[in-house]
Design a protein around this ligand. Structure first.
Ligand code: ZN
Length: 488
């Protein structure tokens, strides 16, 4: 590729020029959700961030194999090696099969992602469908001497690994500090060291999600699935591994240790992490009462929300920030995003109706190049959006009859909006421009035609009534030299 995409690599803490192992093919693995509840904002951000990367890499000409997993086993209550499996717990409480719980929430997750404009990945493997691969991976780590068996469970030997490699390189932690802040083992533990983590857990009698293994009837540790499935579908070495920043430690740190221990080399070339979302400045959490699901955003049914927010408003809001910055959700900020996106949609609709003249009478920047440069610079979507806003000045000035645009410039502007706003940022404009709903558009047009007629007939009562009622419903009507224009 002649393009130079630079991305920030969490592992080296530098921006690096992206060079895939096997051009034009790119392997990309992103940690997907644990499906035991409805998707929330914390799920939306990585999905949207890596959707943008997927779309942009594809635009640059790469053939991307995008793997996003589904965690349906092994994610325990305390995110450590203890507690009930989250999915099994939900199944017990709802008197369902665990896979019934998984399917129910997975269907809902897919529907929310579709509404957010997130393209489906190339492969969506389930942890529970890859138990054999995970057992094989554990065997490799045991054979390499970096794991031990204890009471039917297998644990990763962090100290031994750290002697030969460095545990903590991704998160920047070191083992001495970690040992100081970790609770001492009480002597009852199966582990040799508090930092060791489970690769395979022996199931307690009441544990229903269990599979046979050489060591016990049990289930894999949470971190194992991504090492096993990533290398299965993308090879022992692959290009990009992504996820939320909250996964850097311990999840991704443990994945690096597992893969290095089993394969004797680094699996991932570029680690990418999106920053987190806060709500009114606070971390999201069930106990804080600010845990808002995506469906609650779409319907406005949570008590913290003053209105419903369209999925495209949420997507636009997330893209207005660089993926490595924090994003703070508030009603004010969301309403501003809603308005901002509506303005872009309005200009997009006006752009489709512009008629070209002999020449362009305004300064027209090379928006295609500016947008591309912003995306090549570590996916700087807020800058892309600012260039699109800048271009709307031209569209609106021409539409208002105060400037002209040449045929070539008009074609270029249309292409830039279609490419960047729709294909790369993945925004659906039709919901805002009304193109998807011709009947509704037609009805408003008809009302305004009647109003125009009424004005010609000096029937001011009818004309005012239509204008006032439309205004009350939120329509903005503008009289122009050719008739009228309206927006919602
Ligand atoms: Zn993962």
């Amino acid at each position: 590729m002649e393009h130079k995409l630079t991305i920030y690599n969490t592992l080296t803490r530098t921006k690096q020029i992206f060079k895939p192992l096997n051009e034009p093919y790119v392997g990309m693995y992103v940690c997907g959700p644990t499906v035991y509840g409805d998707g929330h904002l914390g799920h939306a951000r990585p999905a949207i961030t890596f959707d943008i990367l997927y779309r942009f890499l594809t635009h640059l000409g790469y053939k991307v194999r995008y793997v996003r997993n589904i965690t349906d086993v092994g994610h325990l209550e305390h995110d450590a090696d203890e507690g009930e499996d989250k999915i099994a717990k939900k199944a017990r409480l709802e008197q369902k099969e665990p896979m019934e719980v998984v399917q129910y929430y997975l269907n809902r997750y897919h529907s929310a992602m579709e509404r957010l404009g997130v393209l489906p990945p190339s492969i969506e493997p389930h942890a529970s469908g890859h138990i054999i691969e995970q057992i094989d991976f554990v065997k490799k780590i045991l054979d390499a001497g970096y794991a031990y068996e204890s009471e039917g469970s297998i644990y990763f030997d962090v100290k031994k690994y750290n002697n030969d490699h460095r545990y903590g390189k991704l998160s920047g932690r070191n083992i001495e500090d970690l040992l100081e802040t970790t609770r001492e083992l009480d002597g009852q533990s199966e582990k040799h060291c508090a930092l060791d983590f489970a690769l395979w857990k022996k199931a307690q009698p009441e544990h229903i999600m269990r599979w046979p293994s050489p060591w016990s009837d049990g289930f894999p540790g949470w971190h194992m699935e991504c090492s096993a499935m990533g290398t299965k579908y993308l090879g022992e070495e692959f290009d990009i591994h992504g996820g939320g920043m909250d996964l850097i430690f311990p999840h991704h740190e443990c994945e690096i240790a597992q893969s290095t221990a089993a394969l004797g080399k680094e699996t991932v070339h570029y680690w990418m992490h999106n920053n987190m979302i806060t709500i009114n400045g606070q971390k999201m959490g069930k106990s804080l009462g600010n845990f808002i699901t995506l469906d609650e955003f779409f319907t406005g049914s949570h008590k913290l929300l003053t209105q419903a927010y369209a999925p495209m408003t949420i997507r636009f809001f997330i893209l207005q920030a660089h993926y490595r910055s924090t994003v703070d959700f508030s009603n004010e900020a969301l309403i501003a995003a809603e308005k901002g996106f509506a303005r872009l949609c309005e200009s997009y609709a006006r752009l489709q109706k512009l008629t070209p003249s002999k020449e362009t009478s305004m300064e027209m920047k090379n928006y295609r190049q500016l947008c591309e440069e912003a995306m090549l610079d570590d996916l700087n979507t807020p800058i892309v959006i600012s260039h699109l806003y800048d271009a709307t000045r031209i569209i609106n000035t021409v539409a208002d009859g105060k400037a002209t645009i040449s045929e070539a410039d008009l074609k270029e502007l249309k292409e830039v909006f279609d490419l960047y706003l729709i294909d790369i940022l993945g925004m659906r404009v039709e919901e805002n421009t009304g193109a998807a709903n011709d009947a509704y558009k037609g009805a408003v047009d008809l009302l305004l035609e009647i109003r125009k007629q009424a004005k010609t007939n000096k029937d001011w009562a009818t004309s005012d009534k239509i204008r006032d009622e439309l205004a009350r419903l939120g329509f903005k009507v503008k009289d122009t030299k050719d008739g009228f224009e309206w927006s919602l």
